[in-house]
Design a protein around this ligand. Structure first.
Ligand code: C2E
Ligand code: MG
Ligand code: MG
Length: 355
């Protein structure tokens, strides 16, 4: 913050003598968030602020700084360029995160991680075309922990590299036992994209499992494209050259725009559950899915709807021209040993029930 910025923030605080502790950080975030002209270049900076209020004069300074740091972490997690006050609940969240990180360190070696598989079904014919591999963590000390909770912890600690590699290897070995017309889909974290060894790791895993590259589908989210765009696109092209298929997962969340579909020739788009849950009644959901299907069809990209739970949603998706569906209506994610009837048995011919 330059001297003149500081003065602007101070003036702003004086002009609003509400006494609220939020006035200063709010003004600081707003002023620092404005664009700066540095010589000929326009610079965009932002500030995230964590605040701990001290009511007890005897409070230890280190403790106050630790609390402000937790609040700062929260401000960053809430999208940055904002401020947060320390609250006691943050203490509990941090403790939980530390517990997760410590547990994850040994989870893989102790065999606490497992993969479940959920079918992706062709809507028109009821055939199972692919299974998505989804991580499960069952610590000995308590109930199962959702990947939505432990994947971020694995990403923060870098453990996602080992865990992701294990998931890919296990999924490919499993898929090698399935009929050749069924693919396996594996989720890739944006953190794995920062590794220079990703390509080699994928190629080596496919070879070791004797799985044809065309039977592997890697699911990425748009955050992969948001981080170093050109480098990520280059890695995606290389993966494509190996023969692996690339799917864009959770489409419609975050900053998703149809523009992404033009940046890379994805093989598949997975429409996020938040849109599917609006079917058949919400006009916005219908309009968005119709637009995605129409653009994908003209680009030759297949479309899967995620989180399909009801027959009405499936009917609406069929009418909208969606190719595949995945969701509890067909099946929950299942352990590998329980896939036999889905693979060998009759398919979902009547739309969603097994015949
Ligand atoms: P995702 O890749 O979008 O996976 C779909 C999630 O939706 C899964 O949650 C699945 O169990 C859930 N789901 C499927 N059908 C339905 C439905 O009909 N209704 C509802 N409410 N949910 C449904 P899950 O297994 O908890 O996984 C959450 C996320 O964790 C995944 O979202 C993926 O982003 C991440 N994840 C899971 N396994 C891996 C992995 O091996 N590597 C990485 N990097 N991420 C993973
Ligand atoms: Mg996925
Ligand atoms: Mg998804």
């Amino acid at each position: 913050m330059t001297h003149s910025d500081m003065l602007r923030v101070m003036r702003c605080c004086v002009r609003q003598p509400s006494g609220s502790a939020a006035v200063f950080p709010k003004a600081a975030c707003e002023i620092l968030g404005q664009d700066y002209q540095i010589e000929q270049k326009q610079a965009v900076v932002g500030a995230s602020i964590g605040i701990a209020l001290v009511s007890d004069e005897k409070a230890a300074p280190e403790d106050t700084v630790r609390k402000a740091d937790m609040a700062l972490y929260q401000a960053k997690a809430d999208g940055r360029a904002t401020f947060r006050f320390f609250e006691p609940a943050l203490d509990e969240q941090v403790r939980r995160r530390q517990e997760l990180r410590a547990g994850l360190r040994t989870a893989l070696d102790r065999g606490e991680l497992d993969l479940h598989f959920q079918p992706l079904v062709r809507i028109q014919t009821g055939e199972v075309r692919c299974f998505e591999a989804l991580l499960r963590w069952q610590p000995p000390s308590g109930g199962a922990i959702s990947p939505a909770e432990f994947i971020p912890a694995a990403e923060e600690t870098g453990l996602i590299m080992r865990i992701g590699e294990w998931a890919l290897r296990t999924a490919c070995v499993e898929a090698a036992h399935w009929p050749p017309f069924i693919r396996v889909a594996v989720n890739l974290s944006p953190v794995q994209f920062r590794s220079p060894d990703l390509l080699q790791m994928v190629a080596g895993t496919l070879a070791a499992a004797s799985l044809a590259p065309g039977r592997l589908e890697l699911e990425i989210t748009e955050s992969v494209l948001l981080q170093d765009d050109q480098a990520s696109l280059a890695i995606l092209q290389e993966l494509r050259r190996l023969g692996v298929r690339i799917a864009l997962d959770d489409f419609g969340t975050g900053f998703s725009s149809l523009g992404y579909l033009l940046r890379f020739p994805f093989d598949k788009i997975k429409i996020d559950r938040s849109f599917v849950s609006g079917l058949p009644d919400r006009r916005e959901s219908t309009a968005i899915i119709r637009a995605v299907v129409s653009m994908s069809q003209s680009l030759g990209i297949s479309v899967t709807a995620e989180g399909v739970e009801t027959a009405e949603q499936l009917d609406a998706l069929r009418r909208l021209g969606c190719d595949d569906a995945q969701g509890y209506l067909y099946s929950q994610p299942l352990p590998a040993a329980e896939l036999t009837t889905l693979i060998e048995g009759p398919q979902y011919r009547s739309g969603h029930s097994k015949v």
